[in-house]
Unconditional design. Structure first.
Length: 402
């Protein structure tokens, strides 16, 4: 879409300035001027203008300045999210799957790495199977911010035209890639659990849960490129490192305007936990509504600490304020795949199962023998968790000491 002021009709009445929720309009020489960097194209100014002096128009696909032929797009790209200069595990999972997709299409697998001082990490991406790494290294990209990161990625995609772009469905990935898709006028499938290729039509088959996880939908993007998808952490296997694998690092730089952001990063506060990171844990002990009150989460925390595991929570427990959102496991929380998942007082609704059912071993503790969690459990204990958890903690302490 595009917006412009018709100066011949504008009277400088300031109604549009008052109506704009983004402070994107100012008066210059008694005429309204719209700051396109701030404008969200919401149309509020158009509605209040009594003189029809503001024109909001849609741009047809034929007017977009991109290559018109789908065959002009090649390669599979993976956005390699980094934190504190270290590439995150979800990127290596996507590189593993991306290598399969690229081989099926007969194209290169490419990583995209944005940050400060991350050139050594680019080499690690190559060792995980990437033929190329597009590296943008700048102090202004040290910490993630929506605008500079999305502007850089859009410019890279417009220049090199990848066929497929994959990104982790993390808080950063979800924020970034939706902005990129909108700017590129292409489709995006979120929270995929499976990816495949229709070789005949060179289409990415993007599978994700729909209708609360009751069905699996396969989505395609036949008319636009790149084909874009986010994938949840821990649903795909990491690629194995191979130090003999060779690739090319393509370094790019951009002007200050590209890195400009309307928001300012004031501080980053790390959450301090006594237990290990939920997404990376081999053992997770999760609590649900059956714990009855927040104080009783100590039973879950004690068992997790003894086992060297992480603490998880159901959505009901998080919604009740018993645990922070960072602990939530399920469709609207984190997807986890530990070696052992212990569900305590969790009934096992489909929204929770979507986030943990791929765990190697599932142990369910619930007083209701008909709870849905037992349908996916490897081992089930029917009983009072307030008696079972302290006893499990005591016995594991004894055994692990030996």
């Amino acid at each position: 879409m595009s917006i412009k002021v018709i100066n011949e009709k504008c009277t400088g009445c300031k109604l549009c300035i008052k109506a704009c929720p983004f402070s994107a309009i100012q008066l210059v020489n008694k005429k309204a001027v719209i700051d396109l960097d701030k404008c969200n194209l919401c149309g509020a100014c158009v509605d209040v203008c009594k003189f029809n002096a503001i024109l909001l128009t849609k741009i047809s696909p034929s007017e977009i300045d991109f290559p018109k032929r789908l065959e002009d797009y090649r390669d599979v790209w993976v956005f390699c999210e980094q934190k504190n200069g270290v590439v995150q595990g979800v990127a290596y999972e996507l590189l593993g799957k991306g290598r399969e997709l690229a081989d099926m299409l007969g194209v290169d697998l490419c990583g995209v790495l944005l940050g400060e001082g991350v050139k050594n990490e680019a080499q690690k991406i190559i060792h995980r199977g990437a033929n190329k790494v597009y590296l943008v290294d700048s102090p202004k990209l040290k910490h993630y911010q929506d605008e500079p990161y999305s502007k850089v990625l859009v410019k890279l995609i417009k220049e090199y035209r990848p066929e497929i772009v994959l990104c982790g469905a993390t808080s950063i990935g979800r924020s970034l890639i939706s902005r990129v898709a909108v700017n590129l006028h292409t489709g995006l499938t979120a929270d995929c659990t499976g990816l495949d290729i229709d070789k005949e039509n060179r289409l990415l088959l993007q599978t994700r849960p729909a209708f609360g996880g009751n069905i699996m939908a396969t989505i395609i993007c036949p008319n636009h490129r790149p084909q874009m998808a986010t994938v949840r952490h821990k649903v795909m296997k990491e690629s194995d490192p191979n130090v003999h694998f060779k690739g090319r690092i393509i370094e790019k730089t951009y002007d200050d305007a590209t890195y400009h952001s309307r928001t300012k990063l004031l501080d980053i506060v790390e959450e301090i936990e006594e237990t290990v990171n939920l997404a990376e844990a081999d053992i997770i002990v999760s609590g649900g509504r059956g714990l009855q009150k927040p104080e009783n989460f100590k039973l879950v925390e004690d068992l997790a600490k003894v086992l060297g595991g992480a603490v998880g929570a159901s959505r009901a427990a998080v919604d009740a304020g018993w645990k922070s959102y960072s602990h939530q496991v399920g469709q609207t929380g984190k997807t986890v795949c530990p070696k052992i998942y212990i569900a305590c007082g969790i009934s096992g609704q489909i929204q929770h199962l979507v986030g943990m059912q791929s765990s190697d071993i599932i142990v369910a503790i619930n007083k209701d023998p008909h709870a849905p969690i037992f349908n996916v459990a490897t081992y089930g204990i029917v009983g009072d968790l307030f008696e079972i958890l302290p006893e499990l903690t005591r016995r594991f302490k004894e055994i692990l000491k030996k």
